[in-house]
Design a protein. Structure first.
Length: 303
């Protein structure tokens, strides 16, 4: 299985042909805002392919997402993408957000349906005047402007998908509507991702499917999040963090080594695009990028 790059990058510390992207979330309050911007400042010189800013469940961070995107556009030369969900909102409301992204100079949207309003595991009910599916949302976005569209993909299939065929039907529908890149839910067992890629490629899905890498800042939080999203926490991962609840320094070292192992294995399988869930913290992502041979580009203007 290869993602089709002719000269494959390797573990020798050169970053030729490698591309990274980073996800951030809008800060919940002004006092944690500096944490985000310090992280952006640290990671920006690594010249990511793009960075993304999440959109809180049901649009709960609408203003803060927009504010963060606008600041990225004004204060950095990073290529930024805004996440957008259509759950619980009318088409007019969603279209308004799309226009505000456009006005802020954002031309790349990570288009998502969003979790059911009753919570994960509940039945998804579209807003009566809203976009019913992500594919509908993508068509709506493209009617407003010439946006680049990325979407989600689920190596362990989405919890609502009865099987992988259904899951890949949904991915195909999103591509047919105009998506040109997928970014996966985080995973820790690379075989799940390789099998998913094989399934997708066997169906003729050829868009890039970037692995979503989550450096484990906090194991318990990660395990809780994984339980909600249907991602598996392997026994070996739990065992590596066992007994370290009060030992943040060792935890960070373990987290770096776990993520390094994961990305090197992906690299050995011909993967050269990596999307990092930074959780607004630069340290681990920066270290892993460094291991991949990615070094600051001094010409880049940071935040
Ligand atoms: P889709 O991929 O459109 O659909 C998910 C599943 O729903 C399908 O696999 C299928 O099982 C079922 N389904 C959908 N349409 C149909 C249909 N027509 N017929 C039958 N079944 C169907 N959430 C946020 O709130 N904000 C974010 O910023 C955010 N960013 C994310 C970024 C990434 C990279 C990922 C992987 C997830 C993100 N999420 C975010 C989570 C996401 O909103 C949830 O996983 C949500 O439950 C599904 O949204 P989706 O766009 O992935 O759905």
């Amino acid at each position: 299985m290869s993602e089709g790059f002719e000269s494959r990058p390797s573990r020798n510390g050169t970053s030729d042909g490698l591309r990274v992207s980073f996800e951030f979330f809008p800060p919940k309050s002004e006092d944690v805002e500096p944490v985000l911007w310090e992280s952006i400042q640290r990671l920006a010189p690594l010249d990511p392919d793009f960075v993304t800013v999440t959109y809180g469940a049901g649009g709960s961070t609408r203003e803060r997402t927009l504010f963060t995107l606008a600041r990225l556009a004004h204060e950095t030369n990073l290529r930024s993408a805004g996440h957008l969900t259509c759950v619980g909102a009318s088409r007019d409301d969603v279209d308004q957000v799309v226009r505000s992204y456009k006005n802020a100079g954002i031309h790349h949207i990570v288009a998502l349906r969003g979790d059911p309003q009753g919570g994960v595991g509940e039945r998804y009910v579209p807003h009566p005047d809203g976009y019913a599916t992500t594919a509908d949302l993508i068509r709506g976005i493209r009617a407003i402007g010439d946006f680049e569209i990325s979407v989600s993909a689920y190596p362990e299939k989405h919890p609502e998908s009865a099987n992988f065929d259904v899951d890949l039907d949904v991915l195909q529908a999103k591509i047919d509507a105009g998506a040109t890149r997928a970014i996966t839910q985080f995973f820790f067992d690379n075989d799940l991702y390789y099998r998913y890629l094989d399934r997708a490629r066997a169906r003729g899905i050829s868009i890039p499917i970037l692995p979503g890498i989550l450096p484990v800042q906090n194991f318990h939080q990660t395990a809780n999040f994984a339980a909600k999203t249907g991602a598996t926490i392997p026994v070996w991962l739990a065992s590596r963090f066992e007994g370290l609840d009060h030992d943040p320094v060792t935890r960070r070292l373990i987290a770096a080594s776990v993520a390094a192992e994961q990305v090197f294995d992906l690299l050995d399988h011909g993967i050269s695009d990596f999307h990092f869930y930074t959780m607004n913290r630069a340290e681990l992502t920066y270290a892993i990028c460094h291991l991949l041979g990615i070094r600051p580009k001094l010409v880049k203007r940071a935040a």
